[in-house]
Design a protein around this ligand. Sequence first.
Ligand code: CP
Length: 334
Amino acid sequence: MSPHAGIPSLKPLASNRFDERKHVLDLDDFTPGEIQLVLDNALAMQEVMGRSVRKVPALRGKTIVTLFHEPSTRTRASFEQAGKILSADVINISDSASSAKKGESLYNTALSIQAMQADIIVVRHPHSGSTNFLARHLNSSIINAGDGYHAHPSQALLDLYTIQSHFGDIKNRKVVIVGDILYSRVARSNLWGLTKMGARVTLCAPPTLMPPDFINGFSKDHPFKSVSVTHNLSEAIKDADVVMALRLQAERQSKGRLPSLREYSRLYGINREILSLANKKVIVMHPGPMNENVEINTEIAHGPHSVIQEQVKNGVAVRMALLYAVAAANRGGK
Ligand code: CP
């Protein structure tokens, strides 16, 4: 069966050597062409999602295991839905129901999953670098679904897709990422993705929530040399096309870095007044889950500029495109 089975508008992976990509760990090693290919193929996948019968045989006979050692609503469910629409067999393993509870290491758990012939293991784990470790030691393909505060590449890809679908392009769009950048894997993967695609990125956070190596900006030989850094939200948001609010990560000690949530919300929360400084057609994004009325107020989160639910919807199509590409590497790039 053709690997394109059921999705005629898919672009060939070989055009960007994507058929040789075994793992997706972050976007730092993606070329702009590879990113664009995922976005183009996500558009083809979106067409499948619009059909009355959302099922194509592209990954029939493949096994995908989701292994989540942290809570998730969007990422786990959308990888599952993406795999099922492509006709893969999908098995979900969560921390609370796995032998990790009995002290088994991540490596031994993943090794057992590989022994059951999983083609792709989608992993979320609280430790930064854990997915890189698995990719070095296992034969199955690894997709990083969020590791500590290191990376969350599928989130960044769905964010890029959402920006492109609104504006038609990403290049030269002003994107402001605001909030808990210190602990945000979403911000880090978006920095790679947005800068590779030519967006103008501004990072805005209180000094205590900005990574120490970001705080003075980036040198002219740094990959993020075009990125601006500020602590002043009014200055950052001026003429922004995209405002991406980040969740304050209480589970990663963010709260201890602030005098009070009320003050944080007053200075860094997205509300109507601050948004009026942005471009009139600004879109407001948030990876979820939201702390409403902390980093974003309710009116904005559910208002006309918000694309937060679109991000979730787009996540399924983008993850279909990713699974399809990684499965191609497993079948030898045909
Ligand atoms: N954006 C995101 O990773 O959400 P979940 O934690 O619900 O997967």
